[in-house]
Design a protein around this ligand. Sequence first.
Ligand code: SF4
Length: 343
Amino acid sequence: MKKVGIPRGLFYYYHYPLWKTFFKYVGAEVVASSATNRVTVDKGIELAVDEICLPMKVYLGHVEELCHKNVDYIFIPRVVSIESKSYICPKFMGVPDMVKASVPDLPPVIEPIIDLSKNSKLIEREIIRTGRLFTRSIKAVWEAYRYACQELHICKALAQEGYTMEEAIRIWEGEHISMSRNGRLNIGVLGHGYSLYDETLSMGIISRLRAMGCRIHLPESLEEKSVEYEASTMPKRIFWTLGRKMVGSALHMSKRDDIDGIIYVACFGCGPDSLVGEIIERKVKNKPFMLITIDEHTGEGGLVTRLEAFCDMLVRRQLLGDEGLRLAQGDKRRLKSGCVFRT
Ligand code: SF4
């Protein structure tokens, strides 16, 4: 049986169940790279050009790992658009080329073009082209794709319950994960899934907040209609799918009484984040908001201090009401030079 390697980065967190199921049903075995660790990051940094964003660097580290796992192919889709009239960050279009130019001794790459911006014709052609690498039967390819879509829906349903996409994938693969649904503080945490749900890249922001007694609300757990509605209130449509989802989620969370504060996790070197983070910061006026920018040099100590300070401020607001708000504004003055930290 042919082996297909799938790097554990970028759209892995959104689409892995779909592609794993698809390859299984067309008769291939899927091998995923291991969870990101320091070696993955260092290898990615070594291979990548300096200017690229951190998730792209890490992706190269995952591809490099798969090159040593005896795979027959590496699956690196060229993602252009995953919905009508919207696009994914342009860096995704060039991922297969970037990988080929940076990673030595690469096995053959399967690089379907994922472009749903205009109609579904192109994706249909690409699905068939990909499936026929493993089976001659077009019927079998379509069956595989149908099962794959079903499995992806199962994962999305788990994410709606409050699990991160990474946890949803692990549950889908049979792991048992328990998650507390209680917490003194309710915090909305936003960011691109491939940075937020990667424990190493995000330095475990979500698990750290949970350990501090917070209940976390993620974009995938919100009702899609409400998120889209809020995003549509922007004067100009945001044409990046993930950026629009972040803005819509932030606006939706800012209107919910049960959410105490919002954190946006941005990546250093990310063009869309520099704009989306700014939009959210300006629009979310009635709730404490913190922007955390991560890069390969971000230290855990500084991150923990900021998370603790943010949570302390939210608790004070809960305890002291208006007085707490006044104290929190004092915090703003104190922390002004360090981060965006607003009440
Ligand atoms: S959106 Fe930002 S983090 Fe994501 S791939 Fe593009 S530049 Fe990198």
